[in-house]
Design a protein. Structure first.
Length: 276
């Protein structure tokens, strides 16, 4: 019995020494992050996670009213949320967002390019504006934000850029050519940026969700047959919930992933790994 008590005391001592290290490893205290598409779904969940890890988070969304409501809710909890509304499909708006970060924030440590649009439609008469809008928001905006903010990160000595891709960057899905093409291009853009920015301590990684219960996937989720089919396609037997991305985004944003860049981290319940 005494030996067991001694082991317990030693365990508690190691735990007390380890916990501060663990907290610091994942801490974002003093950091500033920008999350695009932060008013709902995955973007809101990731913004929430970064805020609770200690970061000041600039929330971006195209719906100014919804964005203000989201920001006020975070601020009511004492979290350091800042809002900036703009439409990322407009080139000048993207430039203005970057300028806001560069002039109104003391630093920028984390860029989460999450905003995305999807316009499913049959291939034969797929509208040109669907294609163009998808690429403007899902690919052009992430590139422009990374290009404009990376020099600021370089001056600071480093940063983390997280591009939200999709299992659609790896697999073909029906009647959505623009979305798959844009996400596949974003995946490769990440690797190019990681090469160019690595010497300056700027890490660039992909975060790829599978099927999550969000507004974007509501058409499939609201259909019981399709919802069940997609759940069965995963190894875990369920859809993802937005909160399931919290650990991954904190990991990629923090020093916990300080030697990781140019990589694809898929949070998909095992969708891509499943064979039969």
């Amino acid at each position: 019995m005494p030996a067991r008590d001694g082991q317990s005391a030693a365990h508690e001592f190691k735990k007390k020494r380890f916990m501060p290290y663990l907290e610091n490893l994942f801490s974002l205290q003093g950091k500033v992050a920008l999350v695009t598409g932060a008013t709902r779904g995955l973007g809101r969940a990731m913004a929430d996670a970064l805020l609770r890890a200690g970061a000041t988070v600039v929330l971006n969304g195209s719906n100014a009213e919804k964005l203000s409501e989201t920001t006020r809710q975070f601020q009511a909890e004492g979290l350091a949320a800042v809002e900036y509304a703009c439409d990322l499909s407009v080139a000048t708006a993207v430039a203005d967002l970057a300028e806001f970060i560069l002039t109104k924030q003391p630093r920028i440590d984390v860029l989460v390019n999450n905003a995305g649009v999807t316009f499913p439609h049959e291939l034969a008469d797929y509208p040109d504006d669907f294609w163009q809008q998808t690429f403007r928001v899902n690919l052009e905006a992430p590139f422009q934000l990374a290009r404009r903010l990376a020099p600021f990160m370089k001056e600071q000595g480093g940063g983390s850029i997280i591009n939200v891709t999709s299992i659609g960057a790896e697999l073909g899905f029906p009647n959505n050519p623009a979305y798959g093409a844009a996400k596949g291009a974003l995946k490769q853009l990440t690797k190019s940026l990681a090469f160019d920015l690595g010497p300056f301590g700027i890490r660039v990684n992909n975060l790829g969700p599978g099927y999550f219960h969000t507004d974007m996937a509501d058409l499939s989720y609201s259909d019981p047959e399709r919802r069940e089919a997609r759940a069965r396609r995963t190894l875990l037997g369920r859809w993802g919930e937005p909160e399931d991305l919290a650990g991954a985004v904190i990991f990629l944003a923090s020093d916990a992933s300080r030697y990781m860049t140019g990589q694809d981290l898929y949070i998909d319940g095992g969708w891509l790994a499943k064979g039969l």
